[in-house]
Design a protein around this ligand. Sequence first.
Ligand SMILES: C[S@@+](CC[C@H](N)C(=O)[O-])C[C@H]1O[C@@H](n2cnc3c(N)ncnc32)[C@H](O)[C@@H]1O
Length: 217
Amino acid sequence: MLLRTPGVYPPQDDTWLLAGALAQHTLSPLTRVLDICTGTGALALRAAAQGAGSVTAIDISRRAVLTARINARIHERMIRVLQGSLTTPVRAEYFDLVISNPPYVPAQDDRLPDTGVAQAWDAGTDGRALLDRICAQVPDVLAPGGTLLLAQSGLSGVDKTQVMLEEQGLAVDVVARREIPFGPVLTARRRMLAARGIITADQRTEEIVVIRGRQHT
Ligand SMILES: C[S@@+](CC[C@H](N)C(=O)[O-])C[C@H]1O[C@@H](n2cnc3c(N)ncnc32)[C@H](O)[C@@H]1O
């Protein structure tokens, strides 16, 4: 059972696609996992259940942090849940596995919401406001041989993520993909996204992917 608080992103298709990729990854008592943009803590809990030695979860939303802490308590898992932006709270630490399902939906403008549930999906006009920062920051907290598993939509530049991570010296591939129908947020933005050429006029689905980036040993 997972507590889902109003205003906190309920786990959905992208969460479960990333959980599937995580399940393919062998975790041991030596594995240090970082879950950036944890929401309810669903993925951090999966990592703990899979046998990670330590799990740290970060979210910018106070409500999400409280929810993830309660979920860790309900499941009797030791998860360190920190409030802050992306890797800022753990700048001096290293992790063997970093997982993230960040906001990636193209929005009306480049202003990022600082409250409310839209904070879970709005990511600037190109959907990359958080993805670009994750690509820039995560290699600095990856231990030698460490891995990043990152979820995103095909509407927000999978190629750019791959190039940015490769430029940081990571070996990159796509390890999971799924075509899903537009949810309410994309449905409401269809006209705007079509006008910008991000989708076609008759498009009703998006591809979500999990990108893996591996740090050399
Ligand atoms: C798409 S939800 C994913 C939640 C959860 N990981 C899941 O897969 O169900 C994105 C989460 O990112 C958080 N978030 C937004 N901006 C952030 C930032 N700058 N740093 C950390 N978390 C952020 C939101 O509060 C939200 O909980």
